[in-house]
Ligand binder design. Structure first.
Ligand code: BGC
Length: 432
C-alpha cells in the first residue's frame, strides 16, 4: 500500500458529548444506566471526564496533529429545565471551541447525538411532533451562543440508529418496540433536521456569516445478499437497505418521502444538506428479514464486518441522491487490544482516496476510548487509550500511526509495513 490523501482533505477525530463529558445526570442515557441497562454497569456521569479535562484532551489533539474535530453539546446541560438556559454551560462550550480555533483545529458541532434532557424524554421526545419546537429553540440558542466560532454543524446524529434501537428493538432508551412509533420518530427527526437546517443558516446569516455548512450524520451500512444468485437474498438486501437508510437519506437531503418516512408539513421538496456527513463502520450480509455477517468475514471485537470498500459504496450512493462534498464524520472500529486499528484506518482511507468522490474530511471515531452506550466502557474505539481507574490518557500505537499519516499526507509503503501488520479476527459462527 502507498497512497496520498486527496488535495485539501483534512483529517481529525470525532466524539459525542454523552460518551466523554461526564458530570451530567439529567439525560435519558443516565436514566438508562440507573435502570441497569448498561452491560458492564459503567456510569456515563463519569465517562472520560472530558468536561473537566478538556484542555488536556485538546493538547493531545494538537500533539497528534489533528486538523479538524467533531464534537457534540449536551442539550440537558444547556437547557437543564424546560425553557431555562444555562449561560455558564454555553460559555464553557465557547471556551472549548475558541481553544480549538486557537490551535488551528477546525470544529464541526453536533447538536443532537442520541441523548435528550429528561424533561424532553418525559414529554415523548421525538415521538411527538410538537416537541420539534423545543429542539429548534435549543438549536437557535446554541448557534447564537457559538455561531461566531463554528461554521459547520450537524443537526442530528444517525436518526436511523436512534429510531431503530430506541423504538424498534427497544435496546436503547426509551425501550419501545413499536414499528409505527419508530416510523413516526423517523418522520419527526426528518422534519426537525429540515427546519434546523434553515434555522442554522438563517441565524448565522443574521450574525453576518455566509459560509455556513449544515448536514446530519448519516449512519450508512453496506448491504450485500448472502448469495448474489439467490433472488430472495437480493430482494431482502434491497429492502433492508431502503428501509434502514435509502429512503431516509432521500428524505433528509431532498424532502422526498417514502415509507418509513411519512408526511409532515415541514417536509417539502428542497435541498437540506450542504455536505454528506457519512458514518460508516460495517457491512450487513442478508438472506432474510434479519441482519447478518458473512461466515469467514473479517470482523472487529464486536463482530461487525470490516469491509473497507463499503465506505466508497455508501458514499457513492449518497452522492447520487445529491451531489455534495463528502465528510466522513465517523469511521473506526472496536479493537480492544489496538491490534488492527491502524490497518483499518489505512484501508478505509486508501479506498476513499482511490475513488473519484469529493471527500473533504475524515473524522476518525473515536479520539479516545469512551462510554460506548449500552456496551459501557468495555468496547474500545479510541486512538487514545483511557485508563478508567485513573483517567490517564495514552496515545495508542494506532494514534501514533495516525499522527504520522497526517504529517506525511498519506501512507507510504514503509509506514504501512511498520504499523499496519495486524490481522483481523474472522467471523466463525456466520449468522448471515
Ligand atoms: C455512533 C457513536 C458510536 C459508534 C460506535 C455510531 O453509531 O454515532 O456514538 O459510539 O457508532 O458504536
Amino acid at each position: 500500500m502507498n497512497f496520498q490523501l486527496k488535495p485539501g482533505m483534512l483529517l481529525g477525530a470525532a466524539t459525542a458529548a454523552t460518551q466523554i463529558e461526564g458530570g451530567d445526570t439529567n439525560n435519558n442515557w443516565y436514566d438508562w444506566y440507573r435502570r441497569g441497562y448498561i452491560k458492564d454497569n459503567a456510569d456515563p456521569s463519569v465517562a472520560t471526564e472530558h468536561f473537566r479535562r478538556w484542555r488536556e484532551d485538546l493538547d493531545l489533539m494538537s500533539d497528534m496533529g489533528l486538523q479538524c474535530y467533531r464534537m457534540g453539546v449536551e442539550w440537558s446541560r444547556v437547557e437543564p429545565e424546560e425553557g431555562r438556559f444555562d449561560q455558564a454551560a454555553i460559555a464553557r462550550y465557547r471556551e472549548e471551541l475558541q481553544a480549538l480555533v486557537d490551535r488551528g483545529i477546525r470544529p464541526l458541532l453536533t447538536l443532537h447525538h442520541f441523548s435528550n434532557p429528561m424533561w424532553l424524554e418525559k414529554k415523548g421526545a421525538f415521538a411527538v411532533s410538537d416537541n420539534i419546537t423545543y429542539f429548534l429553540r435549543f438549536v437557535r440558542k446554541m448557534v447564537e451562543g457559538v455561531g461566531d466560532l463554528v461554521s459547520e454543524y450537524l443537526t442530528i446524529n444517525e436518526p436511523n440508529v436512534y429510531a431503530f434501537n430506541g423504538y424498534l428493538t427497544g435496546s436503547w432508551p426509551p425501550g419501545r418496540r413499536n414499528p409505527l412509533e419508530a416510523a413516526r420518530v423517523l418522520t419527526n427527526l426528518t422534519a426537525a433536521h429540515i427546519e434546523a437546517y434553515g434555522l442554522i443558516r438563517k441565524t448565522r446569516l443574521q450574525m453576518g456569516f455566509r459560509d455556513t455548512r449544515v448536514s446530519f450524520a448519516n449512519h450508512l451500512r453496506a448491504f450485500a445478499p448472502k448469495d448474489p444468485k439467490n433472488p430472495l437474498h437480493c430482494f431482502w438486501a434491497g429492502r433492508a437497505e431502503e428501509l434502514f437508510q435509502g429512503n431516509l437519506t432521500r428524505a433528509m437531503c431532498t424532502g422526498r418521502t417514502a415509507f418509513p418516512i411519512g408526511k409532515h408539513p415541514a417536509i417539502v421538496p428542497g435541498r437540506y444538506c450542504d455536505f454528506h456527513a457519512v458514518n460508516y463502520y460495517a457491512r450487513s450480509t442478508i438472506s432474510g428479514p434479519a441482519d447478518g455477517v458473512a461466515q469467514g468475514a473479517a470482523v472487529n471485537d464486536l463482530g461487525w464486518e470490516i469491509y473497507p470498500q463499503g465506505i466508497v459504496e455508501v458514499c457513492r450512493k449518497a452522492y447520487g441522491v445529491l451531489p455534495r462534498p463528502i465528510y466522513i464524520t465517523e469511521n473506526g472500529t472496536c479493537d480492544n487490544a489496538d491490534r488492527f486499528r491502524a490497518r483499518y484506518i489505512a484501508e478505509h482511507l486508501e479506498a476513499l482516496c482511490a475513488s473519484d468522490l469529493p471527500v473533504e474530511r475524515y473524522y476518525h471515531w473515536c479520539f479516545c476510548d469512551n462510554w460506548e452506550w449500552v456496551e459501557g466502557n468495555s468496547a474500545r474505539f479510541g486512538l487514545v487509550h483511557v485508563d478508567y481507574e485513573t483517567q490517564e490518557r495514552t496515545v495508542k500505537d494506532s494514534g501514533a500511526f495516525y499522527r504520522e499519516l497526517i504529517a506525511q499526507g498519506g501512507v507510504s509503503g514503509e509506514l504501512y509495513e511498520r504499523c499496519c501488520g495486524g490481522s483481523y479476527p474472522t467471523n466463525g459462527e456466520g449468522n448471515g
